[in-house]
Design a protein around this ligand. Structure first.
Ligand code: NAP
Length: 266
């Protein structure tokens, strides 16, 4: 069966890469694009793609659904729009594959409950890079033995949310092995606000934003006389694409919401 795919955010850096990836995949068909700006009737009108890329663009998901009947909506947009897109897609029976980060815990809970109740697949993957998923798994494993942890995530300076979805997911996975506790000196005091980073159950998360970076993270686990550093770097957006195609295939086989690629790989 050919999987019919729609993409939201196709003009963006991730979206453009995803358009080419889906177009090249013989088991998938790119049937439509969801945008929120009047930028033309087809992808070719955006001048970002070859003239034979005549995939239609819609400004309304309901109309997109009626006219092109996608099985899956791949969302690579922004934290402001992603929740509504995901909620609307589920309501229309379209299976979301979401790479956009920025969901709150409440939104994730609500979407999880909705997908379960309506028995529909949904995959939300804060990081589609397989190496990043392994970094998170290894950090979770190591946290059992080295529970004093700081996460440093580093991204390009156009990223809108902080901490990154990957850092939040890593902290969430680590918290399954680590009892909440304060780290550092009990009397430590910030002389400059934010110096110690964000506080997740006593674990610290630091967000670096600089031009030149793409997506990087290191997890530092300190113990008496030792430091374990687990680091992953994405050097280009190609690193995310095998995770996108894997998720599009997998979302057709599940009837609930899966948060994190680590839950769909062996
Ligand atoms: P980007 O270059 O800014 O692309 C986002 C695109 O979405 C832009 O073209 C934007 O259009 C468009 N957009 C915004 N709101 C929209 C809406 N309501 N409907 C349709 N399109 C909309 O950003 P990016 O680097 O591609 O990243 C996109 C998202 O993926 C971010 O949340 C990022 O954190 C995430 N990300 C995830 C992974 C992963 O592995 N899961 C990896 C990298 C990035 P305008 O520019 O005209 O506003």
């Amino acid at each position: 069966m050919t999987i019919r795919v729609a993409i939201a955010g196709a003009r963006g850096k991730m979206g453009q890469e995803a358009v080419h990836t889906i177009m090249k995949n013989t088991g998938m068909e790119l049937v439509s694009i969801l945008d929120y700006k009047e930028i033309g009737e087809t992808l070719a009108d955006t001048n970002l793609f070859p003239q034979n890329f005549t995939v239609p663009i819609f400004l309304d998901l309901k109309e997109l659904h009626e006219k092109t009947k996608p099985d899956v909506l791949v969302d690579l947009t922004s934290p402001e729009s992603v929740y509504q897109h995901t909620r609307d897609a589920l309501g229309l029976g379209i299976r979301p594959v979401v790479g956009t980060t920025g969901f709150s815990d409440e939104e994730l809970k609500e979407l999880t409950a909705y997908a379960k109740e309506h028995r529909i697949g949904c995959i939300i993957a804060p990081n589609f890079a397989i190496g990043a998923v392994l970094m998170m798994k290894f950090a979770e494993q190591a946290a059992k033995y080295l529970p004093d942890i700081e996460i440093i995530e580093l991204h390009h300076d156009q990223k809108l949310d902080a901490p990154s979805g990957t850092a939040m997911k890593t902290a969430n996975m680590i918290s399954k092995q680590r009892e909440p506790h304060m780290q550092g000196h009990p009397k430590e005091k910030e002389t400059l606000e934010g110096a110690r980073g964000a506080n997740y159950d006593g674990m610290r998360i630091h967000s670096v934003r600089l031009p030149g970076l793409l997506a990087h993270q290191q997890v530092l686990l300190g113990g008496e006389g030792q430091l374990l550093t687990i680091r992953h770097d994405s050097f280009n957006r190609g690193s995310f694409m095998s995770g996108v195609t894997l998720s599009v295939t997998k979302v057709m086989e599940i009837d609930n919401l899966v948060y994190g690629l680590e839950n769909i790989i062996d």
